[in-house]
Design a protein around this ligand. Structure first.
Ligand code: ZN
Length: 159
């Protein structure tokens, strides 16, 4: 049995901090990473092995991207409208309101880009590619066993 320790932003072995670590981010890829300081392997649960964990079908639903864009648009209209209103009527604006408007605008753009990627099939192709890479990794039985030993529900065919 080879139990691997998990990271929570720093290496569980040498304790060095990973500078670009963002706890709330997530991506597809192997959760087994190697520390660039001490070269020991650790598990990063932010990375998801598609062949084992699957992926969320709803991420390919264009309605979900439109919802994100819509929420951004509403936020932008409210915060942006309020900011424009105070500028024109009172000659000043609240920084927080302006920032909220900019943030909402960015959310709207992210939603629109996601919608386009779903509609053109670019997102699907990207996920298919990552899925193939994931399956290739799992064909290495040693790797599949290692994931299974560390609590991953690895499909029988890989073991
Ligand atoms: Zn380390």
């Amino acid at each position: 049995m080879a139990k691997i320790m998990e990271t929570n932003g720093s290496c569980p072995y040498c304790q060095k901090k990973f500078s670009s670590y963002n706890a709330s981010s997530s991506d597809f890829g192997s959760p087994i990473r190697r520390c660039r300081y001490c070269q020991k392997e650790y598990i990063d649960r932010r990375y998801h092995e598609i062949a084992v964990e699957g992926w969320n079908e709803s991420s390919l639903n264009p309605m979900n991207s439109l919802k994100v864009a819509g929420i951004g648009l509403i936020g932008f209209l409210i915060a942006g409208g309020l900011t424009a209103y105070t500028i024109y009527t009172k000659g000043y604006y609240m920084m927080k309101g302006a920032l909220a408007g900019i943030l909402a605008f960015v959310i709207m753009i992210v939603g629109i880009i996601d919608f386009i990627r779903v509609k053109t099939g670019a997102k699907q192709r990207s996920i298919e590619k990552k899925k193939t890479e994931s399956e290739e990794r799992l064909k290495n039985r040693e790797y599949a066993m290692l994931l299974a030993e560390n609590g991953y529900n690895v499909p029988e065919k890989y073991l």
